[in-house]
Design a protein around this ligand. Structure first.
Ligand SMILES: Cc1cc2nc3c(=O)[nH]c(=O)nc-3n(C[C@H](O)[C@H](O)[C@H](O)COP(=O)(O)O)c2cc1C
Length: 186
């Protein structure tokens, strides 16, 4: 089924075993550039990113992670994606595109990370108010996701459940469960 799908899409996985090796500033810049050139509604470009690379900032960022995301403290750099509805299309029928477009930009980052030989792992499991307070992000912004990046390693620090997941197959719904052709049949 994966034949002829873009390599980076096929090879991307939300792994948790980081090596602890530093990532070059050039590489970080390319990953963020991939986000910058993502598409958005009417080219509004609503996504903003807080990128944490130095020890002090990283430890402030790690404090926001939920206990289950302990493994992300071994990442080389951490990104928080941030947006607000007023930065993007807000249609009269109620559809808002800021979070959608921010997600598109994050997927670009994840795919660029794969190309660079890195793991990129998005997380909802963190406390936004801690990030807001530690970095002075104004109330009107929504802090949507954290993304941990780093080189893959043996993940010796992982608990048993997460160790097993490193080698587990990728689970997805069947094609026909999510795609309906020419008529609504889901
Ligand atoms: C918005 C979002 C939030 C996620 N939050 C977490 C998280 O807090 N902790 C975690 O370990 N994985 C998290 N994940 C990773 C997913 O569990 C993972 O992508 C999914 O199980 C599919 O696995 P795969 O990415 O390896 O194909 C998150 C992924 C997304 C897209």
């Amino acid at each position: 089924m994966n034949t002829n799908i873009v390599n980076e899409i096929v090879n991307r996985r939300a792994f948790r075993g980081f090596s602890g090796e530093k990532v070059s500033q050039d590489m970080i810049k390319r990953i963020m550039e991939a986000a910058r050139i993502a598409p958005s509604c009417a080219n509004k470009q609503p996504a903003r990113f807080l990128v944490l690379t130095d020890e002090e900032s990283l430890s402030k960022g790690y404090k926001a992670l939920s206990d289950g995301n302990y493994w992300a403290k071994h990442s080389a750099f951490l990104v928080f994606s941030v947006t607000k509805n007023s930065l993007d299309c807000q249609l009269p029928d109620g559809r808002n595109f800021a979070q959608f477009d921010t997600g598109l930009a994050v997927e670009n980052m994840l795919l660029q990370a794969v190309k660079e030989g890195l793991i990129g792992h998005p997380m909802a499991g963190f406390t936004p108010s801690i990030v807001r307070e530690n970095f002075g992000i104004p109330e009107e912004y929504d802090i949507i996701a954290a993304i941990a990046f780093g080189y893959p390693g043996d993940g010796e620090y992982l608990g048993e459940k997460h160790k097993a997941l490193e080698n587990a197959p990728q689970i997805r719904k069947e094609y026909d469960e999510i795609v309906t052709m020419n008529r609504w049949n889901l």
